[in-house]
Design a protein around this ligand. Structure first.
Ligand SMILES: Nc1ncnc2c1ncn2[C@@H]1O[C@H](COP(=O)(O)OP(=O)(O)O)[C@@H](O)[C@H]1O
Ligand SMILES: [Mg+2]
Length: 449
């Protein structure tokens, strides 16, 4: 179907599926779920020209390809501009924050083991990792609340050394709001400007603008105790961005909100970030949140960045089994390379054979390899349909988040999770099946080269 799409909204419907809603020219809304990021992602929420939704496949028009679709970096950094400023796609924006090989221990325990990162102006960067992997420590080091044992933080090219937190052009928003309970909304937001002796009239103008931006106009006189969690967090965000920090640090700011409100706030925060053009460093342990909001995700594990890249790079080409499993719960399987032809590898497994893409990496028959394959790309059959298939038995069926989740056990006990749209599935628990996927759906992980 060819349609003129007025806008598209992207949100993830379930772990790593993108539910898009497009309003068509006749006013109808069209929903579509896919498991890949759309190439138009960078320009979402903006008016889009025609693109076609054909057989569930998305085809971006050439003029919107990422290569050409360079968007303007925010030239200046002021709230006054108030224009929609999408982060530029190219690598030509200045690096606003750099972490150089930072280490940090508490006592005997190494918490950060040499982390490096370059963040470009206007990017929404998320540190994603399980609890205890060092995310908050990283943020506190950027803010100057903690000193690294070695390595350096550079803000706009300047080494921060031991510079005090208030002398760095960063602000932080924490999970627990941290509003002044005895001040009303207006005074909470105005606090930083008053400290800097900004003239009263200017404070009024800027606070009013901020209240509009976070959709709290009319709430000036409310006390924090008279507001909901979501509203209080909006005040905290307004208070943190009113000083025009170069970088805003957010430590699980939506963690205390219920799921529905969190989803709504994700969209609002992303919109605000684009509008202000402020660089965000955002912490979460929630992969959906990271995929929904980020330009760049740094997946963190045990004090290291395991992989850094765009959401689609992280999702489609995970480099390690940890990333594959943590982001989107991919199935991770090992086997021995039996043959290589073109970009396809056939691997032997004790329960059959598997196909995998090679991605130009050096692979020889006999190599022991590990691959990751997403549940939504696996098909299940009573009879073997393609040359590469694994034998298993269905052990579980459940309906989760709009998807049917099917668990199958291979003969060696390995569990494989398959997910698919719809609730109709005519195979029963206990049935013997074949699990198959195209070579292009599986990616090699845990390989140095
Ligand atoms: N001030 C501290 N003293 C001792 N250990 C700490 C301190 N701060 C953090 N840690 C430890 O460092 C590790 C990483 O913590 P943190 O950065 O808060 O992780 P995350 O934010 O990813 O959950 C944890 O094991 C935590 O217990
Ligand atoms: Mg933390």
């Amino acid at each position: 179907m060819i349609a003129t799409v007025q806008y598209e909204k992207v949100r993830s419907a379930r772990p790593c599926a993108f539910l898009r809603e497009a309003s068509l020219c006749d006013g109808k809304t069209l929903s579509h779920i896919s498991t890949t990021e759309h190439p138009l992602r960078q320009s979402r929420e903006q008016a889009l020209p025609k693109y076609s939704l054909a057989q569930g496949k998305e085809q971006a028009p050439a003029e919107h390809s990422l290569a050409q679709g360079k968007e303007q970096a925010p030239a200046e950094h002021s709230l006054a501009q108030g224009k929609e400023q999408a982060p530029a796609e190219g690598q030509d924006r200045p690096v606003v924050l750099e972490l150089q090989d930072i280490t940090k221990s508490f006592g005997e325990t190494g918490v950060l083991k040499g982390i490096s990162l370059r963040v470009r102006e206007g990017d929404f960067v998320t540190l994603l990792g399980p609890s205890g992997c060092g995310k908050t420590t990283t943020l506190r080091i950027i803010a100057g609340l903690e000193t690294p044992d070695s390595g350096e933080v550079l803000l706009e090219g300047q080494p921060m050394g031991n510079r005090a937190p208030e002398k760095r052009s960063v602000n932080t928003v924490f999970q627990n709001y941290a509003l002044f309970p005895h001040m009303n909304v207006y005074n909470n937001i105005a606090y930083g400007l008053k400290l800097r002796n900004v003239p009263k009239a200017e404070i009024r103008e800027r606070v009013t603008k901020m209240l509009e931006l976070v959709q709290l106009d009319g709430f000036e006189k409310r006390m924090p105790s008279e507001m909901s969690g979501g509203q209080r967090q909006r005040v905290a965000i307004a208070r943190a961005v009113i000083n025009n920090p170069r970088v805003l640090l957010l430590d699980e700011p939506l963690g205390a909100l219920d799921l529905q409100l969190r989803r709504q706030m994700q969209l609002e925060l992303k919109r605000l970030q684009k509008k202000l053009g402020i660089t965000f460093i955002y912490i979460t342990h929630d992969q959906e949140e990271a995929i929904n909001m980020s330009d760049v995700i740094a997946v963190m594990r045990d004090g290291r960045f395991e992989q850094t890249g765009s959401p689609s790079e992280i999702y489609d080409t995970p480099k390690t089994s940890f990333v594959a499993n943590f982001v989107g719960s991919a199935n991770v399987l090992s086997g021995t390379a039996a043959s290589v032809s073109g970009d396809e590898i056939v691997l032997e497994h004790s329960c059959g054979t598997m196909a995998c893409r090679k991605d130009g990496r050096p692979v020889q028959p006999g190599d022991r390899l590990t691959l990751a394959v997403r549940g939504e790309t696996i098909s299940i059959w009573r009879e073997q349909r393609s040359a590469q298939a694994l034998r298993g038995t269905i052990t579980e069926k459940s309906f989760v988040g709009g998807m049917l989740r099917i668990a199958a056990a291979l003969e060696d006990g390995t569990e494989i999770i398959v997910s698919r749209h719809g609730i109709n599935f005519d195979l029963d628990i206990g049935e013997q099946v074949y699990l198959e996927w195209p070579a292009q759906a599986a990616v090699l992980v845990d390989r140095e080269s």
